[in-house]
Design a protein around this ligand. Structure first.
Ligand code: SAH
Length: 217
């Protein structure tokens, strides 16, 4: 696909001004942020703001995260390329697209049908064929495809859903916002040699994780 040169400039500026100065150093993450066309994941009317330093609405009351947060969550998984990664909350599909450039296969679950329909069209348009998606309550995970080397939850819940801890491989890493419905801690859960440890990356604000192991609504 050919893009006007201005998109390339915006992508490069996003990396140079928003990501590198804030500590995004993983080469694979930076390369994915440089190449995935973020403007195709938002409405045409917002395409010119797609590379701005903020989240944007994507319909159905949901948002595509700020580029820095997408990069931070991706980098925190420390992917090498061979991994199978589960994402909860497909939304626009942008985060799944970034992951798909740096791991083997992405499994992504969304609970709102209209969002997944649109995200799938964008994946097809970009020929990102290693993203498998489905409509469901992602707080229950995807048992038939488990275990996952990485799990990334892009909506905030009251606690880390137990099924996701069970479906994480050993070794494995999960990144998830945990807190109330206004402010959350971005937590990193690491599983290694049968032990689980949790640390906080930073404070964030995400839309709600709604489901059996999340918020009721
Ligand atoms: N990763 C997305 C961010 C979308 S916002 C992107 O890159 O655009 C978070 C998404 O999580 C919303 O689309 C919301 O509908 C979805 N969501 C919330 N609870 C969910 C659940 N239990 N299972 C699956 N998706 C959920």
């Amino acid at each position: 696909m050919t893009l006007p040169p201005s998109w390339d400039i915006n992508q490069e500026r996003m990396v140079e001004e928003q990501l590198i100065p804030r500590g995004i150093t993983d080469p694979a993450t930076l390369q994915a942020m440089r190449t995935v066309p973020r403007h195709l994941f938002v409405d045409d009317a917002m395409a010119s703001c797609a590379y701005g330093d903020y989240p944007l609405p994507i319909g159905a009351g949901q948002t595509i995260s700020q580029p820095y947060i997408v990069a931070l969550m991706t980098q925190s998984l420390q992917l090498q390329g061979h991994e199978r990664v589960l994402e909860i909350g497909t939304g626009s599909g942008y985060q799944a697209a970034i992951l798909s450039r740096i791991c083997e296969k992405v499994f992504t679950i969304e609970r709102i049908d209209s969002l997944l329909v649109r995200a799938r069209k964008t994946f097809d348009r970009l020929h990102y064929h290693n993203i498998i998606s489905r409509i469901d309550d992602g707080t229950a995970g995807w048992p038939s495809e488990a275990p996952f080397d990485g799990i990334l939850v892009t909506a905030g819940g009251p606690k880390i859903p137990e099924p996701l801890i069970e479906q994480l491989a050993d070794p494995g890493r999960m990144v998830i916002p945990v807190g109330d419905q206004y402010l959350q801690e971005l937590q990193l859960l690491e599983k290694r040699d049968g032990a689980v440890s949790v640390s906080t990356i930073e404070f964030v604000r995400f839309v709600s994780l709604i489901g059996a192991h999340g918020w009721a609504n």
